[in-house]
Design a protein around this ligand. Structure first.
Ligand code: FES
Length: 106
C-alpha cells in the first residue's frame, strides 16, 4: 500500500538549500535544487552524520564528516569511504506542499 506523506511547504526550503525534516517514522533530507525537489534519508550510509549539515552542489550532497558525495537523483554514492547508496523517495509537489510516497519497500 502506498502512502502520501507531507514533508514541508515549498517556502520552507529556499532554492539551492536543504533541510532535515522529521516525519512520523523517519528523518529525511529535503533538497531544493534547480533540477527540482529531492528527498532522501537524512543519515549518511557510512557513519552517523546528518547530510543536511553537509553541502549541496547541484543535485550532489556532500557528507560533512568524511566527504562522500551522493547523487540525489539516483542515490548513487560517488566517493569513498561510503559504499552504500542513499535511499531516495519519490517526491510529489501539489500546491505549495512537498510530499513523498512511501510503500513497503521504503
Ligand atoms: S559519515 Fe558520511 S562519509 Fe563518513
Amino acid at each position: 500500500m502506498t502512502q502520501k506523506v507531507k514533508v514541508c511547504h515549498l517556502q520552507d526550503v529556499p532554492l539551492r538549500e536543504m533541510r532535515c525534516v522529521s516525519l512520523s517514522d523517519r528523518n529525511v533530507l529535503v533538497a531544493h535544487t534547480a533540477e527540482g525537489w529531492f528527498v532522501a534519508d537524512e543519515m549518511c550510509t557510512h557513519e552517523d552524520a546528518r547530510l543536511c549539515d553537509g553541502n549541496l552542489n547541484g543535485t550532489l550532497v556532500k557528507c560533512p564528516l568524511h566527504g562522500s558525495r551522493f547523487d540525489l537523483t539516483t542515490g548513487a554514492v560517488l566517493d569513498d569511504p561510503a559504499d552504500e547508496p542513499l535511499n531516495i523517495y519519490q517526491v510529489i509537489t501539489e500546491g505549495d506542499i512537498v510530499y513523498v510516497t512511501l510503500d513497503e519497500s521504503n
